[in-house]
Design a protein around this ligand. Sequence first.
Ligand code: WT7
Length: 646
Amino acid sequence: MSAHVHPVPEWADSASMDAERYAQAYEAAKTDPDGYWREQAGRLDWITPFTSVKDTSFDEADFRINWFADGQLNVAANCIDRHLETRADQVAILWEGDAPGTDRRITYRELHEQVCRLANALKGLGVAKGDRVTIYLPMIPEAAFAMLACARIGAIHSIVFGGFSPESLANRIVDCDSRIVITADGGCRGGKAVPLKANVDAALDHDGVTVDHVVVVRHSGVDVTMKDGRDQWYGDLVDAAATDCAPVAVGAEDPLFILYTSGSTGKPKGVLHSSGGYLLWASYTHQHVFDYRDGEIFWCAADVGWVTGHSYVVYGALANGATTLMYEGVPNYPDFSRFWQIVDKYQVATFYAAPTALRALMREGDEWVKKTDRSSLRVLGSVGEPINPEAWEWYHKVVGEGRCPIVDTWWQTETGGHMIAPIPGAVALKPGSATLPLPGVLPQIVDAEGKVLDGAVEGNLVIADSWPGQMRTVWGDHDRFFQTYFTTYPGKYFTGDGCRRDEDGYYWITGRVDDVINVSGHRMGTAEVESALVAHAKVAEAAVVGMPHDVKGQGIYAFVTLNAGVEEDEALRAELVQWVRREIGPIATPDALQFAPGLPKTRSGKIMRRILRKIAENQVDALGDTSTLADPAVVDHLVANRIEPG
Ligand code: WT7
């Protein structure tokens, strides 16, 4: 594919890096990581300066990841206090509610007060350094207050996306043994109520949950039951708390947060991020990849329940003293112009969203976009999944009127921040390519045996050496961390993604090569959906695969074998779809569910997903060799009864 190359923007000469500075920075970070990152770490305020910079090894014998290990800092102080001298009255958080016309503005001074009050309130509830605090909130400023209040006292936050079910919430609370949950009465999305507090109540009934305190933000106004001695109103707590709270010094390697993400096997992993290296990476990438300029309005449309919201709604943006916009609602409410109306309302310079949202808006036609102004936009970003060239061109031509570079940012929950992404002003764009690695990122493409491939090739994407924003461990299971990421290709971090590198050295992510699927830019483990299905009393076995989906990128296709004697019918099919939705959350809802009297298995009993994927994709002529199956006839039955995803 010879892709059309879009040149760097007009304002490139004033951008944070030009082609030459990018090349120099890349070389410096590669040949002298200690020197490069020692200097870059100066963008943070340190309480105790570090002497050691990079101390890492991906080899089993001396596996370790330490950055700035003897330094101490406070993340909240870096995101708030140090800005007070120059920007106390600048808006830190612009909040736009679900309903048009509802908004709030929080200055850095107010942010300081809110965070201090909540930090004091948390201390009053017994939360200490290293304790885990679960946050289950909608996209409201209190979510940022809660994150920063934890950071201020050295507690570790674990945000659970508000779309997850009580069951998913309970599992995450138990896994990190969190004794406190911060939630809201309810959220509002697209005019619909999200029953957050009721979900927390249900989650707290699960076995093994030992939560002492639930702090409830009054937000949607729905009636909730408050349990005496356990539940308290957020407003009452912070009103009673003192307005000043000294930030504690934490080690650079001390944890800042846990964020659960799906893997190819087992239950979701608690990805643990550090304080120093993570904040540096979030701040550095926010600055350079978005070419962030002082005074600009920055809008990352992701929920804080995902890593994108952590790194760019909150930590990167606030560390850089930006005005960050937080939007509670959805792209299509009350109509398909909402995003662009918000851009105009606040004069947003940078807009950052997932391709799935763009595709959904694109198919509604250009008028919804064109009737807005959008002249404030300067940089547009894409994240979470490959952006197809058609959506890329629409974003570029219609939304950005050909004026704004599209920064297609490849990264993962595990990487903390952007890894492969164009620095606007430095790197020419190709629609559909995340382009080139950032300074400090050493990508390699390897074949199945781990041989490093040079030049224009396709294979699996690994990262050859550590970078400051890398996750440090899986909460409670360091061995799983090592096994998951460092054993497939010993000595290298394996991303789980396939990738092509073209003749210009540009990287093109081709999607996951493991049993992880990407639904609307969100990661879902097929094993998780399968285990939800088999938890149903009528299900004997299930196999779940991804399939192409016009809007979501990938959809979920489930093959289900029922217990002997159970009748297949439409009512049961609908019930099972709803069951998964309830067990995990709406994002896991299967797009197709096919009853399968038998699944294609090898003689040793392994399910051949390759065949199921082809059936789901409706590529039934390309099933490949089925002769090694224990019972080749099951395939014919599955092909004949394929479901057209609805
Ligand atoms: C997986 C990570 C990145 C934060 C949000 C998702 C896919 C992510 C891109 C991109 C192609 C992408 C990869 C990756 N992905 N960004 N720009 N182009 N694919 O984080 O839930 O941890 O998922 O999302 O497959 O491995 P995540």
